[in-house]
Write a new protein. Structure first.
Lengths: 113, 115
């Protein structure tokens, strides 16, 4: 298996623009997580899905952030409009319940100017 | 809700020194515990995990961790570090009931190993 695949790896955009980050989890995994990593706040859980259903989105910073999982093999995290404080590395991770282990993607480094 | 504390934010060691990184969690029920490592510029990778059984868990690259239930701790150890161990280390916990199966991470410990 190719692992968790995220795109884009790097994104530079201007304040106010819409940003869409994409994730393809490992086939067969039924949990998908979105994390954000910054120097100031460390690794924060934004939202996670189980069988494509959002379970806990309490970590989503504000209404500018939204996430979807239309099917078992694809998820998006959207920021609209983006702000400089959204600059961070966004990680997607997936797991199969009974292993408990999370497998992380390579991350999407977002810079908002 | 569960939480994880890593008290050492930055650790600097010389090669061959012994390592112990502290991790404490707050949750009274059954937990699964993990240590992840993030090498510079890379994604997080699993070092080791504890689900049940022997509280002393051995992972990759010579790392081990000991689960002490009475202390709510899961400290990471390595007898002799190498320069290549320079990385950030994250402790994480999943509460099996009441925690929603989400994995909560500590703030991380930045380890620098000097030659």
């Amino acid at each position: 298996d190719a692992g968790v695949i995220q795109s884009p790896r790097h994104e530079v955009t201007e304040m106010g623009q819409e940003v869409t980050l994409r994730c393809k989890p490992i086939s067969g995994h039924d949990y998908l997580f979105w994390y954000r990593q910054t120097m100031m706040r460390g690794l924060e859980l934004l939202i996670y899905f189980n069988n494509n259903v959002p379970i806990d989105d309490s970590g989503m910073p504000e209404d500018r952030f939204s996430a979807k999982m239309p099917n078992a093999s694809f998820s998006t995290l959207k920021i609209q409009p983006s702000e400089p404080r959204d600059s961070a590395v966004y990680f997607c991770a997936s797991r199969w319940l009974y292993t408990g282990e999370l497998f992380f993607g390579e991350g999407s480094r977002l810079t908002v100017l | 809700a569960q939480s994880v504390s890593q008290h050492n934010h930055h650790v600097i060691l010389s090669e061959a020194a012994s390592l112990e990184l502290g991790c404490n969690y707050s949750y009274g029920g059954t937990v699964n515990l993990f240590w992840y490592v993030q090498y510079p510029g890379q994604h997080l990778q699993l070092l080791l995990k504890y689900f049940s059984g022997d509280p002393l868990v051995k992972g990759i690259k010579g790392f081990e961790a000991e689960f002490i239930k009475s202390k709510f701790s899961f400290n990471l150890r390595k007898p002799s570090v190498q320069w290549s161990d320079t990385a950030e280390y994250f402790c994480a916990v999943t509460a099996l009931r009441g925690g929603g199966n989400k994995l909560t991470f500590g703030t991380g410990t930045q380890l620098k190993v000097e030659l």
